[in-house]
Ligand binder design. Structure first.
Ligand SMILES: [Zn+2]
Ligand SMILES: [Zn+2]
Length: 217
């Protein structure tokens, strides 16, 4: 990948990096801003973007990746401890898969809900703790009645690997998998639109099948 920063010699002899191009591949526009994202460890994104390729969330400007992260965390993005490492895509991946699965999960859970229960959906990604004590990012569906939560289905991505999505029922992991679009990116494959659609369909069908069986037991 091209490095958009070019060191410029200063009169004093020091090199000051000057950003010449937007971080978007193929965009030669002048960058107007740096991504405002700073993770829990204090590491900043520092990529630079033109007007068109940066995004605004809650009044601050970010690169597209971190706009996705901050939007997924919603109000929780105000808690520095909730912010994943600069290179970690977990929070936005959880929200993405949650939205895609939500229509099917709603049907699956409504079929098994009892008369006094209702379905609770999360609107934001929460930071939690994985079994080994490291952080994870998650969203849940819950079947709840006035006496409490009877069933909880959770999507989770762990800190140690931001490509694997886990599906939990209560505390038990039912299934895990790498979404096909991430697998394709990792292996450098370019999928046709049809291939992409088919792979997504079969990935979600796999998760829905596990969930259908699990909730009816
Ligand atoms: Zn641009
Ligand atoms: Zn960024």
């Amino acid at each position: 990948m091209d490095d958009p920063t070019v060191p410029v010699r200063q009169p004093g002899g020091g090199a000051l990096p000057v950003v010449m191009r937007c971080g978007e591949a193929g965009c030669d526009a002048q960058p107007v801003e740096a991504c405002a994202y700073v993770d829990s460890r204090g590491n900043a994104c520092r990529t630079h973007w033109c007007e068109e390729h940066g995004s605004e969330v809650s009044g601050r400007r970010y690169c597209r990746r971190h706009a996705g992260t901050v939007a997924a965390l919603g109000s929780k993005a105000n808690n520095p401890r909730a912010l994943p490492d600069v290179g970690h895509r977990g929070a936005s991946l959880v929200r993405w898969v949650y939205r895609d699965l939500d229509p099917a999960l709603t049907i699956i859970l409504e079929k098994v809900s009892l008369a006094n229960e209702h379905l609770l959906r999360d609107t934001e990604v929460a930071v939690g703790r994985a079994a080994d004590g490291s952080r994870c990012w998650e969203m849940s569906w819950k079947l709840a009645s006035p006496s409490g939560v009877r069933m909880r289905i959770t999507l989770m991505v762990e800190e140690k690997d931001d490509s694997v999505v886990f599906v939990r029922m209560g505390d038990n992991v039912l299934a895990s998998g790498v979404p096909p679009w991430i697998e394709a990116r990792r292996s450098g494959q370019t999928l046709t639109e049809d291939e992409d659609r088919e792979q997504r369909r079969s990935f979600y069908a796999f998760l829905e099948q596990y969930l259908t069986e699990a909730v009816s037991q």
